[in-house]
Design a protein around this ligand. Structure first.
Ligand code: AGP
Length: 609
């Protein structure tokens, strides 16, 4: 977590770095800081809280230009105080860091024994002291950085500036994301592309174990041993406007409304409607790798794990492949049994989630083929896996994931159809029909979005309640989990998702007039059972908010509130059903006055385990 940025070039360093930090703030917002040159001296400005607090203390004086670094923090080691805010300083050097230095305590002990005084409680500060120790001993800045990284264990990306070399910026990657942006006579390096997307779309993805040294004229990339590397440049297709709010009050609302477009983009090029088949276009390796697949293991965290749970239903139902689903952070520590015929699929919006990456590495270590379902081109996950199926949600800025989830579900439907057809479990007619339904989905989502006011009315009635229960069955059970997660992360209301059939095994004890129960009910094979669950809640004085399909006249009189979605086939119902739940969480959070896009304690990319 944490966002870092470095800039070198002729323009106003302070405003460029602050602007970049604004676009990285989703990665953490416990404190922010910046360092830049003024009259030849490195200035250090840091502030607790969001970037706006930092901006308030930045002087109107322009910097010297040339170089600057910035940081937005998600606290791991040390409270969110000014002393713990980055950049950290040692001698004439300043540094910003994203990641965790796992052996920082032993390093700190040694450095303190050498007489070094620490100003913060962070693990990060050891980095700059290590570099400065070598620098003071007469090594060049680059050599000092190389010597320091040899001693460090953990995951990190950091940028360093020296007061003695105002035209040099050094950045290092090992386990945390870092991308170089190449502009006209100017260069950027940042944790994520949106930080500089409005200035350049030409990028180089750094790999673990790489160091980049910038000057005003250019840059050189080398490995930790000092061997120079030639790296490929990539052109980013994301439009800078995609990373703006575009008139919406929050990124989350904008991203909810972008879902019809995001799904169209994810499907584009992947369907041969006449043949009832899915094309792998751009992900052809999947075809070869899947030949011997006997079992799939889907892994992910948070919302991506929920997508994986839906994926199990889709792949087992449509492609008849046995599927297991694991939370990425659990997978790796339970010594999973993996062998020939297994296939591990990492689902991740960012492609930088440390737990998901670690799980994929675990699978690779056991020689199991790996696939990523991922939104960020060039992310660590996409480079770590044997094949990638990209979702095309575009940049997702709000911490609460919305369009990333529905595009993941879309990708999983496409994968299920592809495999169903290849394995002979889905006929041409069935394939055609499912693809036809999939192509109708964006229009149906638009219809749900048009009913936003109705969901907002429900939100207005219930936003003061403290606990919610979400119930779903079958493929809608993961959607209940996702609805509950959306509510808790942005409104801080306690919410739990349950498979409705489990209610009588415990949660029913909680039912009373103070805990609204959100029921997801479609006219499917478990509809009658769901009606029974509703009756059980009502019999205990509970409140039911139902989300059901148009024309359901049976459920309406039984519940307190009902919102409708268009009719949809079971396989695609999670996509449609999660939209009103996203809107419900959003409007409840707005009524409660929460910070919707940047909820407390959270960060968009969880790059620490
Ligand atoms: C969802 O709203 C959260 N932001 C979170 O659960 C997220 O889905 C999780 O951290 C996984 O992120 P990833 O998809 O980038 O791997």
């Amino acid at each position: 977590m944490c966002g870092i940025i470095g800039y070198i070039g002729p323009r106003n360093v302070v405003s460029l770095v602050v602007d970049g930090l604004r676009r990285l703030e989703y990665r953490g917002y416990d404190s922010a800081g910046i360092s830049y040159f003024l009259e030849g001296e490195l200035q250090l400005k840091r502030s607790v809280g969001k970037l706006s607090s930092l901006e308030a203390i930045l002087p109107p004086t322009p910097s010297d230009g040339v170089a600057g670094i910035g940081h937005t923090r998600w606290a791991t080691h040390g409270k969110p105080t000014e002393d713990n805010a980055h950049p950290h300083r040692a001698g004439s050097l300043v540094m910003v860091h994203n990641g965790i230095i796992e052996n920082y305590l032993s390093l700190k002990k040694k450095l303190e024994a050498d007489g070094r005084v620490f100003a913060s409680d962070t693990d990060s500060e050891v980095i700059i002291h290590l570099i400065d120790s070598a620098y003071q001993a007469g090594h060049s800045l680059e050599a000092s950085v190389r010597l320091a990284v040899l001693k460090m264990e953990g995951s990190y990306a950091f940028c360093v500036l020296s007061e003695d070399a105002p035209e040099t910026l050094i950045a290092v990657r090992s386990g945390c994301p870092l991308v170089v942006g190449i502009g006209e006579d100017e260069f950027f390096v940042a944790s994520d592309i949106p930080a500089f997307l409005s200035h350049t779309r030409k990028v180089i993805y750094l790999e673990d174990g790489e160091i980049v040294q910038f000057s005003k004229k250019g840059f050189e990339i080398s490995d930790f041993k000092g061997s120079r590397l030639e790296k490929e440049e990539h052109q980013i297709s994301w439009d800078p406007v995609m990373a703006e709010k575009g008139g919406y009050r929050h990124f989350m609302l904008k991203e909810i409304h972008e879902q019809p477009r995001a799904i169209v983009d994810t499907i584009r090029g992947h369907v041969a409607q006449e043949a009832g088949e899915v094309l792998l276009s751009g992900a052809e390796q999947i075809g070869d790798l899947m030949e011997n697949c006997q079992r799939m293991i889907l892994i992910g965290c948070g919302t991506s794990w929920h997508a994986a749970l839906v994926g199990k239903f889709l792949l087992e139902e449509i492609a008849k492949i046995p599927v297991e689903v694991d939370i990425a952070s659990e997978f790796r520590y339970r010594d999973p049994h993996l062998g020939s015929g297994d296939w591990v699929v990492g689902v991740s919006q960012s492609g930088e989630t440390a737990d998901t990456l670690a799980a994929i590495k675990e699978a690779k270590g056991k020689n199991v083929p790996t696939l990523a379902i991922c939104n960020v081109v060039g992310s660590s996950l996409s480079r770590e896996t044997d094949a990638v199926f990209y979702t095309h949600a575009g940049p997702e800025i709000s911490v609460a994931s919305t369009k990333a989830f529905t595009t993941q579900l879309t990708a999983l439907v496409l994968l299920a159809i592809y495999l169903g057809r290849k394995r002979g479990h889905l006929s041409e007619a069935e394939g055609k029909d499912l693809i036809h339904q999939l192509l109708l989905l964006p229009k149906k989502i638009k219809a749900v979005l048009k009913r936003e006011d109705r969901v907002a009315e429900v939100a207005k009635r219930f936003f003061r309640y403290r606990d919610f229960l979400y119930l779903g069955r079958g493929v809608l059970y993961p959607v209940a989990l996702e609805g509950a997660l959306k509510l808790k992360e942005i409104s801080y209301i306690h919410a739990e998702g349950y498979p409705a059939g489990e209610m009588k095994h415990g949660p029913i004890a909680l039912i009373d007039e103070n805990m609204p129960v959100v029921v997801l009910a479609l006219k499917d094979k478990v509809y009658e059972k769901m009606i029974s669950n509703v009756m059980e809640v009502k019999a205990r004085g509970g409140i039911v908010i139902a989300f059901a399909e148009e024309g359901d006249t049976e459920l309406a009189p039984l519940v307190d509130e009902i919102c409708f979605i268009p009719k949809v086939v079971a396989a695609l119902s999670p996509v449609l059903m999660c939209i009103p739940l996203q809107l419900l969480a959003y409007h409840i959070a707005v009524f409660r006055g929460s910070d919707v896009d940047q909820p407390r304690n959270l960060a968009k990319s969880v790059t620490v385990e």
